[in-house]
Design a protein around this ligand. Structure first.
Ligand code: UD1
Length: 423
């Protein structure tokens, strides 16, 4: 397993270009199963989860052709289309479940494995009940046998009013994709409104899907018979952008972060301003300078968009460890998302966890040590901690990082971080 070694403390200066969004690419790629015509997807990040989704599509019979830059892919349906999503592919990535709805919508049957992915929810795992219950309401019947969901429908999925009892990004995406080729009108209430969901709907609309947003948490879809050929460029990655913003703030840095619309991370940027970052916004870039002294901040709570994202909470925690004073973060989305706190303590962090809240006492002196990544965003947080630790921080299990950050160590090297990968 690869490791990162970061020789800290490092200066963070220069320019960084943001990659396409992983969390947008995955549903958009899954949605290509709905098409008969070819689809071109541009600005894909070459990260492990995207490769896993492409492998899953290949295993389902789609033909995948890359352009020279490897970030554009043409996906064409073949005559050998299958409806079996194997555990061997889906086990490493929760978003694998997103092929279920499109397969049933298009072929009226599917056998899909229960998904894998980051372990973030304590003992409650990563449930998919919201996906299954909503799909059932629009006509999907299913049985669970040996870790697989055996699903079918009598013809097209049928329009209905669905009210989600809890906001879920994945279940919202699943239902939008399942409805576009359905019969009649689907009204989805209590949906997630993350920018990645809007990216999915914009992609589907570009191919002729009839999707309308009515207010913030209601989405209406009228089924169409087929989708037409389309070419679509995936939005920039919000969490990668946020991670580099935190890096600059943490390390008294000076960064120009390009290829991202700052309007999409207003909440995050406001928090960074409050802790002392100096930020200038442009149409598609952010200039951010870190303060001499980081201020503490209390009562940060992770929430659904437009709230503070759970996927940036571990990185923010590192920043608050270096603040003067006491801060707190409450995790509202995933119960088990504090594993990185134990690793940060190995570097000198003073973090006290009670229920869903972490109290963080600022401590300027991080001493490098070996730390282990427990999930994707935790691995990025530990790398950030290495940037401001004295000595060589070794971050193990960086395969987590490779799932979601494109070219992470090369981008960091370019802005002055002394990082290398040990194979
Ligand atoms: C997506 C993101 C992930 C992010 C999360 C929250 C992708 C590929 N992943 O994950 O990076 O951290 O949104 O912003 O886009 N839940 C249920 N039943 C379900 C589904 C979810 O109880 O059927 C719960 C989850 O356990 C969690 C909460 O709902 O507590 C939110 O999860 P959800 O929004 O579905 O996250 P994902 O789509 O898995």
């Amino acid at each position: 397993m690869d490791k990162f070694v970061i020789k800290g403390p490092c200066k963070v200066r220069g320019q960084v270009s943001i990659s396409g969004s992983k969390n947008s690419s995955l549903p958009i790629l899954a949605a290509t199963l709905l098409f008969d015509k070819p689809v071109i997807v541009q600005n894909l990040p070459r990260v492990r989860d995207v490769d896993t989704m492409l492998n899953l599509l290949k295993s389902l019979g789609s033909n995948i052709q890359f352009s020279n830059n490897k970030k554009t892919v043409k996906i064409t349906k073949t005559k050998k289309q299958k409806q079996f999503a194997s555990y061997s592919i889906v086990k490493t990535m929760r978003a694998g479940i997103l092929v279920l709805g499109p397969l049933v919508a298009k072929y009226h049957k599917s056998i899909s494995s229960f998904p894998g992915g980051c372990v973030l929810n304590g003992n409650s795992g990563r449930p998919i009940n919201l996906h299954l219950e909503a799909l059932k309401k629009i006509g999907m019947k299913y049985e669970i046998k040996k870790g697989y969901i055996h699903a079918k429908s009598k013809g097209k999925l049928r329009g209905s009013i669905i009210r989600f009892p809890k906001i879920s990004v994945g279940a919202t995406q699943q239902l939008i994709m399942s409805a576009v080729l359905g019969l009649g009108k689907f009204t989805l209430k209590g949906v997630a409104s993350e920018p990645e969901i809007k990216d999915l709907t914009n992609f589907l609309i570009s191919a002729g899907a009839k999707i309308k947003w009515i207010g913030k948490r209601t989405c209406q879809i009228i089924g169409v018979n087929s989708l037409r050929e389309t070419k679509y460029s995936v939005m920039g990655d919000r969490i990668e952008t946020g991670t580099f913003c935190v890096a600059a703030t943490l390390a008294k840095g000076d960064l120009l972060i390009e290829n991202f619309d700052p309007k999409l991370i207003k909440t995050e940027l406001n928090i960074l301003k409050k802790v002392g970052a100096k930020i200038k916004l442009f149409k598609n870039s952010i200039h951010i300078k870190g303060p001499e002294k980081i201020k503490s901040i209390r009562n940060i709570t992770t929430k659904e968009y437009p709230g503070f994202p759970t996927d940036l909470a571990p990185q923010l925690m590192v920043l608050l460890c270096k603040a003067s004073g006491t801060s707190s973060i409450t995790e509202n989305i995933f119960q088990g998302r504090f594993l990185h706190a134990m690793e940060l303590q190995r570097l000198g962090a003073k973090i006290y966890i009670k229920n869903r809240t972490a109290k963080i006492e600022g401590n300027k002196n991080f001493i490098a040590a070996e730390v282990m990544s427990s999930d994707l965003r935790a691995s990025a947080a530990l790398v950030l901690a290495g940037i401001v630790s004295n000595g060589n921080t070794i971050v193990t299990r960086v395969y987590h990082c490779d799932r979601g950050y494109e070219n992470f160590e090369n981008k960091l090297k370019k802005i002055g971080v002394k990082i290398k990968r040990l194979k």
